[in-house]
Design a binder for this molecule. Structure first.
Ligand SMILES: *Cc1c(COP(=O)(O)O)cnc(C)c1O
Length: 240
């Protein structure tokens, strides 16, 4: 067994334990493998171990890696889903629209409009999560709770996008209760949009929160997608 395969097994076991603790079925939570800074060979190992969804932060790095993985013609490659989870500037939206299946860090309408306009015809609609800011001041990325519904309302009208849910990146804290409290804020925003009666929410099913350090608390608070990097691929040795 490779290290990555072994680590994937351990993360799945942790997710299963957290689901059991929260009385949720294990199928309620998906694993997004965050492969930023790791090469196509690491992705390949994870694919061979059954992993299909990958998260990337740095757009240029991701575009090259997606092409390199595609060239490997792995079995299962047709089911791969690439998620952009890094900050998105306007000048990067075209690369995201042309190369990714999901964009999870949408926090303003202008970015969503560009993604919709730049999504190539013939590709499936781009899956979108609204990034919410549950703990920071105005300088942190993510929309504030009170503005999330208005942004959702605008996004569902855009033709080449499908609004899938909410994502959040709360500040690091080692304390389980504090982690739960922050994740519950994102969950409350998710629930409020879900019951808002807005049309265009047929596929609004994703609450993306929880990383290597806090996935247990995130699952307890209702996460449906945990984003795990170092727990699968090991410690990152650089930041591009
Ligand atoms: C890097 C990153 C992760 C993964 O973090 P780990 O602590 O390595 O699991 C998850 N989400 C986002 C948005 C990230 O940037």
């Amino acid at each position: 067994m490779t290290t990555i395969e072994n680590n994937l097994g351990q993360i799945h076991a942790r997710m299963a334990a957290a689901c059991a603790q929260a009385n949720r079925p294990v199928t309620a939570v998906q694993l997004l493998a965050v492969s930023k800074t790791f090469g196509a060979d690491a992705v390949r190992e994870a694919v061979l171990a059954g992993q299909r969804s990958f998260g990337e932060n740095y757009i240029q790095e991701a575009v090259e890696k997606i092409a390199a993985v595609r060239a490997m013609q792995l079995s299962g490659a047709e089911a791969l889903q690439w998620h952009c989870i890094g900050p998105m500037q306007s000048n990067k939206t075209r690369l995201v629209a042309e190369n990714f299946d999901w964009a999870q860090t949408v926090d303003r309408l202008k970015i969503a409009e560009r993604l919709s306009a730049q999504r190539p015809q013939g590709m499936a609609p781009l899956n979108i999560c609204i990034q919410v800011n549950v703990d920071g001041g105005p300088t942190k990325s993510g929309v504030m709770a009170e503005d999330a519904l208005a942004l959702a309302e605008a996004i569902v009208k855009l033709p080449n996008l499908v609004l899938r849910g909410i994502m959040s990146i709360p500040d690091d804290t080692p304390d389980f209760e504090a982690q739960c409290a922050l994740h519950q804020r994102a969950a409350a925003i998710f629930d409020a949009i879900k019951v808002s009666g807005l049309s265009g929410l047929e596929r609004f099913d994703t609450l993306s929160m929880g990383m290597t350090g806090d996935l247990d608390a995130a699952v307890a608070a209702g996460s449906t997608m945990v984003r795990v990097g170092s727990g699968i691929f090991g410690k990152r040795s650089y930041t591009p």
